[in-house]
Design a protein around this ligand. Structure first.
Ligand SMILES: [Zn+2]
Length: 233
C-alpha cells in the first residue's frame, strides 16, 4: 500500500468533519478537556476512538503492546500525570483485547528475544503466577483469553498505585480506573468489574516499586470478580 493514500483519506475525513460541523476544528484551538484517558493495546484492530465512536477531543490515548503500565515507564507515567494532574480526567480506562498477540507471546515456552521480550516479561510472570488456574482451562485460546483478562486487571492495579493517581484521590479529585476488554470477533467491549475509585485500605503504599509491577494483590481481587461466570469468549 502506498503511504500517500493516507493524505487523500485525511482530506476526505477533514471534509466530512467540516461538512457536519464547520467550526469543529476551530473549537479544538481553544484546548482540550477530554474526560477519558484510554490505555489500550497498540494492536491495529483495537482503535480506541473508533470502537467507542469518540470524536476528537474526547479521549486522551496511550497505547502500547499488551496495554501494559510499568511503574518505571517514564512515558506512561508522564501521560498519566498529565491526564490526571493537568487535564483532570475523571476516568482512566485500561482496555485489553482477547487474542492479544503480546499476551500470546508471553505464553510461549521460549521467551521472546530483544526489547519485546523485556517488555512482555511481566506478562510472562503473571502467567506463571496463575499457572494453576490457567491449567484448568480446556484449550490454548481460552488460556490466552483468561490471561488477557488477568493482564488488564493487573494493569488497573498498577495504575491505582501510581503517585499521581493516589495524589488525585488524596485531594478528593473524582477519578476511577476501569478494566475493560474488547472482543475482536464482534467489536464489543466488556467491563471486567475491577474498577477502582479510591485508595482501598488493603492496598499497599509502595507505589512505583518494580516488585509491584504486576499488582498481585489486586489481581487476587480481580480473580474473585472474574471467576463468577464473567468469562465469556
Ligand atoms: Zn494486543
Amino acid at each position: 500500500m502506498d503511504a500517500t493514500c493516507l493524505f487523500e483519506r485525511n482530506r476526505r475525513w477533514a471534509r466530512r468533519m467540516t461538512d457536519g460541523d464547520p467550526d469543529c476544528f476551530a473549537r479544538h484551538l481553544a484546548g482540550q478537556h477530554p474526560p477519558f484517558l484510554w490505555i489500550g493495546c497498540a494492536d491495529s484492530r483495537e482503535p480506541a476512538e473508533q470502537i467507542v465512536d469518540a470524536p476528537p477531543g474526547e479521549l486522551f490515548v496511550h497505547r502500547n503492546i499488551a496495554n501494559r503500565i510499568d511503574p518505571d515507564d517514564t512515558n506512561a507515567r508522564a501521560v498519566i500525570e498529565y491526564a490526571v494532574g493537568a487535564l483532570h480526567i475523571e476516568h482512566i480506562v485500561v482496555c485489553g483485547h482477547y487474542g492479544c498477540g503480546g499476551v500470546r507471546a508471553a505464553m510461549e515456552a521460549a521467551p521472546t528475544p530483544g526489547a519485546l521480550g523485556r517488555w512482555l516479561e511481566p506478562v510472562r510472570r503473571l502467567r506463571e503466577r496463575h499457572e494453576a488456574e490457567l491449567a484448568t482451562l480446556a484449550d490454548a485460546e481460552r488460556k490466552l483469553d483468561r490471561l488477557c483478562e488477568l493482564n488488564v486487571a493487573a494493569q488497573v492495579a498498577v495504575v491505582a498505585e501510581l503517585p499521581s493517581v493516589r495524589a488525585a484521590w488524596a485531594e478528593g479529585q473524582p477519578l476511577s480506573v476501569h478494566g475493560w476488554i474488547y472482543r475482536l470477533c464482534d467489536g464489543l467491549l466488556r467491563d471486567l468489574r475491577v474498577s477502582v475509585s479510591g485508595p482501598g485500605p488493603d492496598r499497599p503504599t509502595s507505589a512505583g516499586r518494580h516488585d509491584d509491577a504486576d499488582g498481585p494483590e489486586r489481581v487476587q481481587d480481580a480473580d474473585a470478580a472474574l471467576v463468577g461466570g464473567q468469562h465469556v469468549r
